[in-house]
Design a binder for this molecule. Structure first.
Ligand code: PLP
Length: 400
């Protein structure tokens, strides 16, 4: 945003996080913070959310032992946490149901959201239909081209999709437009942010709505293996599926937490979205975290074959986990993600989202170096149906 008044308040993860927003949004963020704290303390809120997660979204998701992939890689036992089986095809519905319930509590009738891959837009349009809320989704025009099917799904669900033609015509530009809308319509409107990004309380609140992933996975692996895993691997765009998959394991110091960023076409600035290898601390869209930027602090362009990982910043809690060394961050290239997609499809009959394929790619690298006594959990954040256009082109599936 242009020249924001800087206001740093609660919601810090070490030095990261905070609230760097124009004055006009402070009251709205405070209102949200209070409503969220009240909801957290209200057993009725949790009952309603749990019942929606179970009966509407399809939780708990299975923890599936991938025996053929395990055998093919010849090392650690590999389990897949199947967030791809949730309603709408990705983990994002966890957060959308939580925030929609909160919006209703706050008496907001209009929801706005930004979307990159279109998955968050679809999940938002879905919960708005479910709760009878007006829905406007901002989406970069480049992403609208890459993810056409999701545009049609949102319209089918009654949402208005507003194309954004400024900047790189991707996620960061869509977030700028959504922020502008929120400043203008803040009294009637809830901004349903799609990842662990933005000003406080979003990174904390969105993380809490995804904690269910690791709460389930921890209980499931204890039941199946009677031990904790050696490692959890998750892809990291904004970082919501990863923090959800990591969170309940953070106190278990022997469990490695491995986040996988988009290595794109290669290490040059502009060719990837690997914030920890190519970025440095800075402020983007309300929060202080690692950012891909040039020497003048201008936000760099990013690239990934997966629209959901194609973003210049990363959730502030990941920045703190990175600096403390509690979590490790690596990257997988476009080519490695495409290979991993094919590998999982052919060994297990599961076509993962290209985002999730980055986590599979890291698993393919590390599992063979481990022993059969090791156990690895890969979070499969979403399914690959939305990516079939790209897969047809990149893996040459067309023709006769
Ligand atoms: C949006 C998306 C991501 C990236 O978002 P995070 O907040 O990093 O989880 C990853 N996987 C899928 C399937 C997505 O739709």
């Amino acid at each position: 945003m242009a020249a924001p008044a800087i206001q740093a308040v609660a919601g810090r993860f070490g030095p990261y996080g905070g609230r760097y927003v124009p004055e006009t949004l402070v009251a709205a963020l405070d209102e949200l913070d209070h409503a969220y704290a009240e909801a957290q303390a209200d057993p009725d809120f949790h009952l309603r959310l749990d019942s929606l997660l179970r009966d509407y979204a399809g939780r708990p998701t299975p923890l599936y032992f991938a025996s053929r992939l395990t055998e093919a890689l010849g090392g650690a036992k590999i389990y897949l946490k199947r967030e791809d089986l949730l309603h709408t095809g990705a983990h994002k519905i966890n957060n959308c149901l939580g925030q929609a319930l909160l919006a209703v509590r706050m008496g907001k009738k209009r929801i706005i959201a930004e979307t990159g891959a279109g998955q968050h837009g679809v999940a938002t349009a879905t919960v708005c239909a479910l709760f009878g809320l007006e829905c406007v989704v901002y989406m970069g025009e480049e992403d609208m081209e890459r993810q056409q099917l999701n545009v049609y799904r949102m319209r089918m669900l009654g949402a208005e999709v507003r194309g954004v033609s400024s900047g790189s015509r991707t996620l960061k530009d869509a977030i700028n437009e959504a922020m502008r809308d929120w400043v203008t319509n803040v009294r009637t409107t809830h901004y349903l942010l799609g990842s662990v990004l933005g000003a406080h309380p979003y990174p904390t609140m969105v993380r809490d709505f995804h904690r269910v992933i690791s709460r389930e996975a921890r209980a499931q692996i204890l039941e199946k293996e009677n031990r904790l895993p050696t490692a959890i691997i998750a892809c990291v765009g904004g970082g919501s599926n990863a923090i959800g998959a990591f969170y309940e394991f953070i106190p278990d110091k022997d469990v490695r937490l491995i986040g996988v960023e988009a290595g794109g076409r290669g290490p040059a600035l502009g060719d990837h979205a690997a914030r920890f290898s190519g970025g440095s601390p800075g402020v983007l869209q309300g929060t202080y975290s690692y950012v891909l930027q040039d020497d003048a602090g201008q936000i760099a362009l990013t690239h990934s074959v997966s629209a959901g990982l194609d973003y210049a910043s990363i959730g502030p809690e990941h920045a703190a986990l990175h600096d403390s060394g509690r979590a490790e961050y690596t990257s997988a290239t476009d080519a490695e993600a495409l290979d991993a997609t094919l590998r999982l499809a052919r060994t297990e009959g599961i076509i993962p989202a290209l985002e999730s394929a980055h986590a599979i790619a890291e698993c393919i690298r590390v599992a063979p170096k481990m022993s059969p006594r090791d156990v690895v959990i890969v979070n499969v954040s979403g399914r690959g149906d939305k990516d079939m256009g790209i897969l047809v082109r990149e893996l040459q599936l067309g023709g006769r």
